[in-house]
Design a protein around this ligand. Structure first.
Ligand code: ADP
Ligand code: MG
Ligand code: MG
Length: 252
């Protein structure tokens, strides 16, 4: 059982030499193994900033507060150390990596995270079955990471990484955006499999409730203007779907 804990997190971005802007204004969140927490909020509320800060993106400056993984200071870790500690980030806009094939990328990542190269026979088998699960064509392994991939293909490859790297916690930033219904189901199944097999904890950031029909959250958090403003169960997502975020914006 692991715990990812965020306490009173304040994060700013630098606009120019003289100016910074506070985006996260005191975020509190605790996720345990096997739990799914959905974070929902309007555009520009800071959801991607929260995800990027957990992942260690250098652009975001933590001005106060803490992030810990089983008591270890995550903010003190480099990006690669965070991955080795068991954190995984699926990005809203996955990057292309020209000149690096999927197969090399995945094996390098696995080796870095485990601290040793995977057994080649097991690895080949795991890769093949994970790709079959996600209905990814075998030819994709020889293509460069995300280069020329459609939005849906990028998301499937993100979930492929998740299945193979077996993180303790996954932060999925709008993994549902731009997916058609078939791709959404495939991606959701992948997340659910990773949770069932590895007791993964999931922070599922989303703008829409649609994905929550396939990935059932234990907790739903409403995120507005850089902080959590309400917490509830799945019924809260249904209310947001019906009413939108206006009621919170009015108090912002
Ligand atoms: P969300 O993911 O909820 O839509 P973001 O975290 O992307 O929100 O953005 C939160 C706020 O921070 C927005 O007002 C956005 O314009 C601002 N912001 C984020 N990244 C940058 C950046 N690189 N430069 C300037 N403003 C930014
Ligand atoms: Mg505070
Ligand atoms: Mg975002």
């Amino acid at each position: 059982m692991s715990t990812l804990e965020i306490r009173d997190l304040h994060v700013s971005i630098r606009i120019d030499d003289e100016t910074t802007k506070e985006i996260l204004k005191g975020v509190d969140l605790t996720i345990k193994s096997g739990e799914i927490h959905a974070v929902m909020g309007p555009n520009g509320s800071g959801k991607s900033t929260l995800a990027a800060t957990i992942a260690g993106h250098p652009r975001y400056e933590v001005t106060s507060g803490t992030i810990t993984l089983d008591g270890e200071d995550v903010l003190d870790m480099e990006v690669d150390e965070r991955a080795r500690a068991g954190l995984f980030l699926g990005m809203q806009y996955p990057v292309e990596v020209p000149g690096v094939t999927m197969t090399n990328f995945l094996r390098t990542a696995k080796t870095a995270i485990d601290g040793e190269a995977p057994n080649i026979r097991h690895w080949t088998k795991d890769l093949k079955s994970a790709m079959e699960n996600l209905k990814i064509d075998p030819s994709f392994v020889q293509r460069n990471v995300n280069e020329g991939f459609s939005g849906g293909e990028k998301k499937r490859h993100e979930i492929l990484q998740l299945e193979l790297l077996k993180p303790k916690f996954a932060v999925l930033d709008e993994t549902d955006s731009g997916l058609d219904i078939d791709a959404l189901k495939i991606v959701s199944d992948g997340v659910n499999r990773a949770m069932a097999e590895n007791e993964m904890g999931t922070l599922l950031i989303t703008h829409y409730t649609r994905i929550l029909n396939y990935i059932k959250p234990d907790f739903v958090h409403v995120f507005v203007d850089g902080k959590m403003v309400e917490e509830g169960g799945p019924e809260l997502a249904e209310r947001l779907e019906a009413e939108g975020y206006d009621r919170y914006a009015a108090n912002a």
